[in-house]
Design a protein around this ligand. Structure first.
Ligand code: ADP
Ligand code: MG
Length: 276
């Protein structure tokens, strides 16, 4: 669905303030795939999110969305329809004072006929479990609920790829859980690809693929075994999941039969209980 081919993006290109935010990045996001994109602050994650839906266009390399280059001006609507990005702060993403109008805004902009818009709004609210708030105002909602409304706004566009750029960072654990659960259900029911941008390594545990960025470059790519590499992650300012760190310390202290593949507290407890 998305392919980055040697993508370099420069802010303030050609000026003394030029910043290279991504560095020859190449990766793919498959249909229905759940990809976690991780990296510390300033590693280029949000730039990648903006490159994915054509908000930014790379100076070097190419971004293909469903086979269409984001550099192709004539097809930018196709790109925007395919990749929906939800950013960190839901307050900056609310436009209308009534929730259903807010959600209708995206499809209206893309020229979807009114009758279909109504259907999509209902479907999107249902998908995020917020149907009963349809005629309410977004401003009184909790952070988690606002973020679910922001996701519904993206869903109404019917994207094939949903990018969540630290969309859970400002939420409490329950709100975070709500948003992730919504994303996973969408993937299951609608086959939407999910790109989860996060610095909470715990959230990456269930991903099909983890891509680690540092200084705008891809430094690791693979399955969840990456999360056991606490030393390598440490070096680039990332914490391995809590359980993986504890397991590692225990191994160092001589606890045997505790293998590398421990990522979640429940797993760790189960293994420890079974050790002689
Ligand atoms: P992340 O989302 O991982 O924190 P960003 O993609 O926001 O990283 O930033 C990557 C790099 O690009 C950083 O060095 C950042 O300072 C720089 N940057 C981001 N946005 C801008 C901008 N609008 N103008 C200039 N530099 C920017
Ligand atoms: Mg960011």
């Amino acid at each position: 669905m998305v392919e980055f081919k040697n993508v370099s993006y420069y802010y303030n290109a050609g000026t003394p303030e030029q910043v290279r935010a991504t560095k020859k990045l190449s990766f793919t996001i498959g249909e229905g795939e759940f990809v976690a994109l991780v990296g510390h602050n300033g590693s280029g994650k949000s730039t990648v999110a903006r490159l994915m839906n054509g908000l930014l266009v790379p100076q070097r390399g190419e971004v293909l969305v469903n086979g269409v280059s984001t550099s192709d001006n004539k097809k930018i609507f196709d790109v925007r329809k395919t990749v929906g990005v939800v950013f960190q702060n839901p307050d900056n993403q609310m436009i209308a004072s009534i929730i259903e109008d807010d959600i209708a805004f995206g499809p209206e902009n893309l020229g979807v006929p009114p009758s279909e818009i109504r259907e999509r709004v209902d479907w999107a609210l249902e998908a995020v479990g917020m149907s009963e708030h349809k005629r309410g105002t977004p401003f009184r909602l909790s952070g988690g609920q606002k973020q679910r409304i922001a996701i519904a706004g993206m869903l109404a566009i019917k994207p094939k790829v949903l990018v969540l750029d630290e969309s859970t960072a400002m939420l409490d654990p329950i709100g975070r859980e709500e948003v992730l659960k919504t994303a996973m259900e969408l993937r299951e029911k609608e086959g939407v690809s999910i790109v989860l941008i996060t610095h909470f390594m715990e959230e990456a545990i269930k991903a099909d693929k983890i891509i680690v960025l540092n200084g705008g470059a891809k430094v690791m790519e693979g399955g969840r075994e990456i999360l056991s590499m606490s030393e390598e992650l440490d070096e680039i300012g990332l914490d391995a999941p809590f359980a993986a760190r504890i397991a590692r310390r225990l191994r160092e202290k001589g606890v045997r039969d505790l293998d590398d593949g421990v990522y979640e507290i429940e797993e760790l407890v189960k293994k420890l209980v079974n050790i002689e």
